[in-house]
Ligand binder design. Structure first.
Ligand SMILES: Nc1ncnc2c1ncn2[C@@H]1O[C@H](COP(=O)(O)OP(=O)(O)OP(=O)(O)O)[C@@H](O)[C@H]1O
Ligand SMILES: [Mg+2]
Length: 227
């Protein structure tokens, strides 16, 4: 494990306008966080505490009110929107609670998509996607559409898709939130195995204490700060 953080944020603050008049909701009140290569960090917190908001900001999908996000030593706000999107596609893999797979595409097409967007050839993208689907035990389901897959299978496809471009970090927002115990365990074990295989860093948002306990570092988001 190298000491150079893969992702870091400095004094992140995020306010949202409250619907009732001129008030401001202070959701994040000064978040400092560093994730090293190969580290798996869990963040727990009650509903509405700002976990998804934080994850979106760390992944460059949303902007903080103030503070900085640094990937591999560089502020993400030093890039224009197009360049940031390009960097995100390469550097970060997202796994959402509800998989967000494209319904009209097959499993393998969904997994190939980030590579195709990046300009990788069809054949190379397909090779990587097939490898990943095999890793996730989905080799017999390559040509299934999301609606023809179980919830756990959809989530495995969505993890495979997050890994297509060999990101250095996976940001996972309750990836097992709607799965049963057995599927949760399968998905998590695969995630830990991948961390070892591909030297990935992972930020995992979870409500489940048992999952959080398996991670290298555990934070709790309370009143806008990490504890
Ligand atoms: N675009 C927005 N505009 C206004 N308020 C927002 C917006 N996005 C989030 N919020 C508010 O910020 C707070 C944190 O939301 P967030 O989705 O980050 O919570 P969370 O910790 O992920 O909760 P959950 O565990 O339920 O997913 C909520 O109170 C929400 O109402
Ligand atoms: Mg959330």
């Amino acid at each position: 494990m190298s000491n150079e953080p893969v992702l870091k944020c400095i004094d992140l603050k995020k306010n949202f306008k409250s619907q009732s008049g001129s008030g401001e909701l202070q959701i994040l009140r000064g978040i400092d966080l560093e994730i090293k290569l190969g580290e798996v960090v869990a963040i727990e917190g009650s509903s509405g505490s700002g976990k998804s908001t934080l994850l979106h900001i760390l992944g460059g999908l949303d902007r903080p009110t103030s503070g900085d996000v640094i990937w591999d030593g560089q502020s993400i706000y030093s890039h224009d929107a197009d360049h940031l999107a390009e960097l995100r596609n390469k550097h970060v893999g997202f796994v959402f609670q509800f998989h967000h797979l494209l319904p009209e595409f097959t499993a393998i097409e969904n997994v190939m998509m980030p590579a195709l967007i990046r300009g990788v050839s069809q054949s190379e993208a397909k090779k990587r996607a097939a490898e990943l689907l095999t890793f996730f035990g989905m080799e017999e389901r390559e040509y299934h559409r999301p609606s023809q897959l179980s919830g756990g299978e959809q989530q495995r496809v969505s993890m495979a898709r997050a890994l297509t471009n060999r990101p250095s970090i996976i940001l996972a927002d309750e990836p097992t939130g709607n799965l049963d115990e057995k599927n949760t365990e399968v998905i998590l074990n695969l995630l830990f195995e991948l961390r070892d295989l591909e030297n990935l860093s992972v930020i995992l948002i979870t409500h489940e204490k048992e999952i959080a306990g398996k991670c290298d570092t555990l934070y709790s988001l309370q009143n806008g700060v990490l504890i």
